[in-house]
Write a protein that binds this ligand. Structure first.
Ligand code: HEC
Ligand code: HEC
Length: 360
């Protein structure tokens, strides 16, 4: 890790996070670091990025071992992607200051370990500000890229390249390198033989123009709900749900149950930082990485309906529901459409520190 890149990382950070970060030194990975990073990776990341870092296990999460990514993404960019996530995508923020489960040291350990495991040396791509024709860039983008990356770069089956948290760190040279070389063993092909140099410059400039500026803000964290309030509408009747594949409940039925004051429990199975951003009314944070021993704490096993959701839209919630079913919980289900659809359709959510039915 180069001092300059660490500095630019620090510069982007607000003071209170800054002090936590400045503890981290450019220390080589010890055997113990490797062991704990690999354990943390399996616990927190494998769900989507795969046990072998191959990507695409859920949510079209990118490969974390392709040579082109691991050799060009600077360590601070990698650590920032993990610590602050990519807002509005399934990639959550894992840093404690953001409401996530990991310390900065643990995050840097995972980042360094990912580089180490990939076996690819970090190469310095020559920095350059690339200029090109934005209209041409848009045309080529819509023809060659939007199918996977989305019309507005919002991400469909491929990363959201218009995401401000991505563009804050991705330099022009980094973006162009990805276009030229693609990402080995993924759907991202190398465009060096299909596009001209000028076209790749147009594209890079166009992608660059999608940014709106971003810097991570430490969060004021909302208190977590009390176990006494886990059951919503405790005096209400049990709802009736029509499950697909004995597991998936349409979100409309969950909304109806909430509005008609039925008795139920809602679990937010995403990373806790996502619960901090916004969640369903009364949802309690039971993240997918919770341990077998902890999962049942405060959850009554008395046929009260337990409904889980995530943004994946199923990977994290399926995992939690499987754990509960194994422990004998009846009446459990997963919201079929997932969190983003719930939000996009204007269903009610509790944002930030707003008063929550479960914490009353
Ligand atoms: C719920 C699924 C999920 C989990 C769990 C998850 N990720 Fe991700 N991750 C994603 C998705 C999806 C993206 C792409 C986001 C986008 O559209 O930009 C991503 C992007 C990334 C990137 C950026 C890669 C690139 O090509 O720009 C890194 C690095 C990363 N994740 C590391 C991690 C690590 C390390 C963990 C564990 C601490 C983790 N992720 C956990 C889904 C996940
Ligand atoms: C067939 C689908 C597909 C098409 C078409 C496609 N990409 Fe990609 N792209 C991907 C996937 C998948 C990834 C993530 C690869 C991985 O690491 O797993 C990616 C990654 C990238 C990245 C790196 C993002 C990061 O987080 O580091 C850039 C930049 C990019 N694509 C730009 C483009 C551009 C520009 C085009 C059009 C010329 C394009 N892509 C066309 C699927 C596609």
């Amino acid at each position: 890790m180069k001092i300059t890149s660490v500095l630019s990382f620090f510069l982007m950070l607000n003071c209170s996070i800054h002090s936590t970060f400045s503890q981290i030194r450019n220390a080589p990975l010890t055997a113990k670091d490797i062991e704990s990073a690999s354990e943390n990776y399996q616990r927190y990341c494998a769900l989507c990025h795969g046990t072998e870092r191959e990507g695409n296990t859920a949510d079209f999460a990118p490969s974390l071992r392709s040579k082109s990514l691991m050799s060009t993404m600077p360590l601070n960019f990698l650590a920032s992607s993990i610590g602050f996530g990519r807002p509005n995508t399934p990639m959550a923020a894992y840093l404690k200051d953001m409401g996530g489960p990991l310390s900065m040291k643990e995050i840097f350990n995972i980042a360094s370990w990912l580089k180490y495991e990939s076996g690819h040396q970090t190469i310095a791509i020559k920095e350059e500000d690339i200029s090109g024709d934005l209209d041409e860039g848009l045309k080529i983008y819509l023809k060659e890229c939007s199918e996977c990356h989305g019309i507005k770069g919002e991400g469909v089956t491929a990363p959201a390249i218009a995401n401000p948290a991505f563009l804050a760190f991705a330099t022009d040279a980094y973006i162009k390198y990805a276009i030229i070389n693609g990402r080995e063993d993924t759907k991202m092909e190398a465009f060096k033989n299909t596009l001209t140099e000028a076209q790749m410059n147009d594209l890079t400039s166009y992608i660059r123009s999608l940014t709106a500026g971003w810097s991570p803000e430490p969060k004021k964290l909302a208190p977590y709900p009390n176990p006494e309030n886990y059951v919503l509408n405790p005096k209400g009747k049990n709802p009736k749900f029509n499950l697909r594949e004995k597991r998936y409940v349409p979100m409309k039925e969950v909304l109806d149950a909430l509005q008609s004051k039925k008795r139920l429990i809602i679990l937010d199975t995403r990373t806790t930082s996502e619960w901090q951003n916004a969640h369903l009314p009364g949802a309690i944070p039971i993240p997918y990485y919770i341990s077998e021993e902890e999962i049942t704490k405060g959850l009554p096993n008395d046929k009260t309906w337990i409904i889980a959701y995530c943004s994946c839209p199923h990977a994290a919630s399926d995992k939690i529901i499987n754990m509960l079913r194994k422990k004998g919980y009846k009446n459990t289900a997963v919201i079929d459409e997932g969190f983003f659809k719930w939000v996009n359709d204007g269903y009610p959510i509790i944002a930030g520190q707003a008063q929550d039915p479960a914490s009353k």
